[in-house]
Design a protein around this ligand. Structure first.
Ligand code: SAM
Ligand code: SF4
Ligand code: SF4
Length: 375
């Protein structure tokens, strides 16, 4: 449902002891009449991304280049990670502040011990309108065949699997690992078997590296019900050596596929959906484009991110955070205090990095790595 059509909610003012999944705690002044929290540019806070680990079993060159994320790299020590209970508590407070969709990500989320238990807790959350909160996950799929059944049983709503090509050598070059394509495909098949659908597959396209895989990937996923999404290579973090020349614009991908298999554009499913959608004219399914470099969508960005150690970030390209939910939770602050901190953080949000990327390139930033704040 578009956020502008959400019915007004009953606002409740409350305070006191931390509550796990109790009554809604809403700061009356923070929510607008539609029950959503607007930022400075009037964008509602609707989607929460949680990075459950900063570790990964791959070293994709565009995300965690091995030269930086090598054996000397210091990952967050365990006590610094939010515990599963802390994540669940924060998520519940977010949902009471208007969040409708939670994506579990990382790093590689399937590396986090007890991830199924977390999904189970999150799947009991209800939105302010009493609807189920959509719980999604983005994974590299390496451990998915072993975990798909448990994730489904825990209540995961949907899954996105990242896969940058079918050719073994190219996949290994992109992921800088010895993992085989077959392992990821088996994970996708397992997800399909247990009914974690509709499954999406994300393919980051880097010019001169895996752009030759666009057509083979499109052909492989046609007629499978799986939605293949082409992701423009982004300048996230500060270590991937991004240059514009390596970005393959989404339109180029659409033109390439359409020349062989004609495509028809379709409307977005909902407000804030970042992918533009296309269907094959012959009925063979759907593809998507995430064109965060060439067709920016900051004006409808409704996402907030909770980092592995509990900090809030209001943009994928952020440099810092001034809101530390872990500190608040470990100081035994009330849900109301945490709710207020979330509201303060979102209400002062002015981020629109992709719209000003060109200027930003002239004044390089020290951007936070994607694996830590969640892709
Ligand atoms: N490890 C999981 C995975 O790869 O699916 C989840 C975390 S990963 C950071 C989330 C998504 O971000 C993946 O689909 C990945 O391909 C994408 N990603 C990472 N770095 C990127 C970049 N520089 N440009 C575009 N997408 C990127
Ligand atoms: Fe790991 Fe995902 Fe980043 Fe690849 S994109 S290095 S799989 S976190
Ligand atoms: Fe959202 Fe920041 Fe990306 Fe713009 S650049 S779409 S504000 S995360």
């Amino acid at each position: 449902m578009p956020y502008s059509k959400v019915m007004p909610i009953k606002l409740i003012e409350t305070c006191g002891a931390p509550q796990e999944f109790g009554e809604p705690v809403i700061i009356r002044s923070a929510l607008n009449f539609t029950g959503v929290l607007p930022d400075v540019l009037h964008r509602p806070m609707l989607d929460l991304r949680i990075s459950v680990t900063d570790r990964c079993n791959l070293r994709c060159t565009y995300c965690m280049p091995r030269e930086i994320f090598d054996k000397n790299h210091v990952f967050l020590p365990r006590p610094e990670l939010l515990s599963l209970e802390e994540i669940a508590r924060a998520a519940a407070i977010f949902v009471r502040s208007g969040i409708r969709k939670i994506r579990i990500t990382g790093g590689e989320p399937l590396l986090r011990r007890g991830i199924e238990k977390l999904i189970e807790k999150l799947s009991s959350l209800r939105t302010l309108n009493g609807e189920m909160v959509e719980i999604a996950m983005t994974t590299n799929g390496v451990l998915l065949s072993a975990k798909a059944q448990a994730l489904k049983e825990a209540g995961l709503s949907r899954i996105t699997v990242s896969l940058d090509g079918l050719n073994e050598a190219i996949f290994r070059r992109m992921s800088d690992s010895n993992v085989s394509v077959r392992t990821v495909l088996e994970g996708i098949e397992a997800a399909q078997r247990v009914g974690l659908s509709p499954i999406k597959v994300n393919m980051v396209v880097k010019r001169g590296v895996n752009d030759g895989e666009i057509i083979p990937m499109a052909e492989y996923f046609r007629n499978t019900g799986i939605i293949l999404r082409f992701v423009e290579y982004m300048d996230v973090g500060s270590t991937n050596g991004w240059v514009m020349d390596e970005v393959v614009p989404a339109q180029e991908v659409v033109d390439l596929i359409s020349a062989r298999y004609p495509l028809v554009a379709v409307d977005a499913n909902c407000k804030g959906e970042v992918a533009s959608r296309w269907v094959y004219a012959d009925g063979a399914g759907e593809i998507g484009q995430i064109a965060s470099v060439t067709q920016v969508f900051c004006h409808e960005c409704t996402r907030i991110r909770l980092s592995t150690d509990g900090k809030l970030y209001t943009c994928l390209f952020a440099e810092q955070s001034d809101t530390d939910l872990r500190a608040l939770m470990r100081q035994e602050c009330s849900d109301e205090t945490i709710s207020r901190a979330i509201a303060n953080c979102w209400q002062k949000r002015t981020d629109r990095y992709s719209e000003i990327r060109h200027e930003a390139q002239q004044f390089p930033r020290n951007k936070i790595e994607m694996s830590y704040i969640g892709g």
